[in-house]
Design a protein around this ligand. Structure first.
Ligand code: RB5
Length: 146
């Protein structure tokens, strides 16, 4: 498992906590920043991270901004990305089991580092169930490929 992680200025603290968690979990990661003091634009981080996922350079991606919303909207514009905005452990589990999400977005102004790390642990260790859920994902891909 190799992941890409990125944040804007609104998500730097939790990004750093998650990088420590990934090290503890021995999950390899690529950090795309930001190393910012000032304000940056979240699509400049979400889109390159999402492109790494669809190109197969990494298996999955984790994005953090103030709310997680800008990051998730941006990532979901990249063909092949299924990015879930998640702020609870139940949804982290379900979105892997049912949606086979390949990216996770969270908001540092919404949740604390402790919960964010539990979400990441759950999201990284839960498998897709396939079956009827695969049919639904295939329908999204069909629309995307029209
Ligand atoms: C930045 O102020 C903030 O808008 C951004 O981090 C994010 O919350 C956008 O969705």
């Amino acid at each position: 498992m190799k992941v890409v992680i990125a944040s804007d200025h609104g998500g730097v603290h939790i990004r750093k906590e998650i990088m420590s968690l990934l090290e503890e979990m021995k999950v390899e990661y690529v950090d795309l920043g930001c190393e910012c003091e000032g304000s940056v634009d979240y699509p400049d981080y979400a889109v390159p991270a999402a492109e790494m996922v669809v190109k197969g350079e990494v298996d999955r991606g984790i994005l953090i901004c103030g709310t997680g919303i800008g990051m998730s909207i941006s990532a979901n514009k990249v063909k092949g990305i299924r990015c879930a905005l998640v702020h609870d452990v139940f949804s982290a589990k379900e979105t892997r089991k049912h949606n086979n999400t390949n990216m996770l977005a969270m908001g540092e102004r919404v949740i604390g580092g402790g919960l964010a790390k539990e979400i990441v642990k759950t999201w990284l260790t839960t498998d897709f169930e396939g079956g009827r859920h695969a049919n639904r994902i295939n329908k999204i891909a069909e629309y995307e490929n029209k």
